[in-house]
Design a protein around this ligand. Structure first.
Ligand SMILES: [Ca+2]
Ligand SMILES: [Ca+2]
Ligand SMILES: [Ca+2]
Ligand SMILES: [Ca+2]
Length: 407
């Protein structure tokens, strides 16, 4: 277990620094051979002092977060039809909420206190009042913090759920078909995932845990076998396995066939990349400096169709049709080479390298959305070296730039 904790703390989330401290003050190990460290000297990020804005980083619209933003969600919090943004700040004890203005910008950031080291957050209507709520997974505090939204963009009432060990990543998904979103948490310190059931009105109750291989990190869900029920998928940083779990009618999970991918898998993007109506996936493999594309057979099996060189230490990845040809494309961000790279899909499962845009910052996550009124998808990035949200506007032809700058 010690090895797993150390590996996670180095390979992925500075977020897990808090967890490491909490878990008997495990001593930090040197970077593993062949694996990328989380941060490099000169990267601008100092886990002890927080970070400072890089002199030559991203020049464009940005919004401040708390220390070490690690994950973002986009959802409409105030019901105006425009996506809003929430970010978990893993280096401290806060989350940041920004309301979209529909012109590609956001309101002034509002910061909310939560438990120590929130490496993750999710948005879901947990209490069933029709308004999205926010949950942070507090790695250092071994807890979840729930904020109930008022539908106007404010998050007032707060509830703590203690004794959720080392939560590093989390999804909100209805496991048992009662239409109430439940939670599933990845627990790298325990090498397992744990369900947290929604018993109504936002009352959350810890459920069973399921073993996975060492250092599970990013968890999400997708209906990979096409039966209309979600599969829960979690990637192991150490083994490179994507563990797939099928949900039973009562909300318990059963392990399906795992998928072996490359080294240190991080974020995934889902979509039908070859147009056969079956869900496919792309995953960043940080230790290999790439992203891998797997085509689904609609029954839960996947075959690798592409290995895409992204850059050094890719984490975030997003899919969308960036050039308007009706075929899904990919964008990935690299933490150590500090850039964004776009791959254009051919609609058959292959991709060609497109734009490579230097950002000059430790960009850790990315999401693709329509943030203004044009037809082109835009990108939101979070920078862990300057603690801010960055905006890149799409030109609809597959390229991105800071607004006001040439694409
Ligand atoms: Ca909104
Ligand atoms: Ca709600
Ligand atoms: Ca497909
Ligand atoms: Ca396309």
């Amino acid at each position: 277990m010690r090895g797993a904790i150390q590996a996670v703390s180095l390979l992925c989330a500075l977020a897990l620094l808090g967890a490491v401290a909490a878990l008997a003050q495990e001593k930090a190990a040197p970077p593993p051979a062949g694996g990328p460290p989380n941060y490099l000297p000169g990267s601008g990020y100092n886990p002890r002092k927080g970070s400072s804005r890089a002199a030559h980083g991203f020049q464009g619209p940005s919004w401040d977060t708390g220390t070490f933003p690690h994950h973002l969600v986009l959802q409409d919090f105030n019901g105006d039809g425009i996506p809003d943004l929430a970010v978990s700040n893993a280096g401290g004890r806060s989350m940041t909420v920004l309301l979209g203005d529909g012109k590609g910008g956001f309101s002034a950031p509002v910061h909310y206190d939560c438990g120590q080291g929130p490496s993750w957050l999710e948005a879901a209507d947990l209490d069933g009042d029709g308004h999205p709520d926010l949950v942070t997974a507090n790695t250092g505090a071994a807890s979840l913090t729930i904020y109930f939204g008022d539908g106007k963009g404010n998050f007032g009432r707060r509830q703590e759920l203690p004794d959720i060990l080392s939560p590093s990543s989390m999804i909100a998904v209805d496991l048992n078909g009662d239409k109430l979103p439940d939670l599933v948490v990845a627990q790298p310190g325990q090498s397992r995932i744990q369900a947290v059931f929604n018993r109504g009105s936002g009352r959350m109750e810890p459920g069973p845990a399921y073993d996975v291989s060492a250092a599970p990190h990013i968890i999400d869900y997708a209906d990979v076998d096409g039966d209309g029920r979600p599969e829960v998928i979690v990637g192991s940083l150490v083994t490179g396995m994507l563990h797939v779990f099928h949900a039973n009618a009562d909300g318990t999970l059963r392990a399906g066939k795992p998928l072996q991918v490359g080294k240190n898998p991080h974020y995934r993007a889902y979509g039908d990349f070859n147009g056969d109506g079956k869900l496919d996936l792309a995953v960043t493999v940080a230790g290999d400096g790439g992203a891998e594309v797997y085509l689904g057979d609609g029954k839960g099996d996947f075959t690798r169709s592409a290995v895409l060189p992204t850059g050094i230490s890719p984490h975030g990845i997003a899919s969308g049709d960036f050039n308007g040809d009706g075929k899904l494309d990919l964008a990935a961000v690299n933490r150590i080479s500090k850039d964004l790279v776009v791959f254009l899909g051919d609609g058959k499962g292959a991709f060609t390298a497109g734009q490579r845009l230097p950002i000059g910052e430790d960009v850790i996550a990315v999401a693709a959305r329509h943030l203004n009124r044009d037809a082109a998808l835009d990108l939101i990035l979070i920078s862990a070296s300057t603690n801010r949200v960055l905006l890149l506007k799409g030109d609809g032809k597959g390229r991105f730039a800071a607004p006001g700058r040439r694409v």
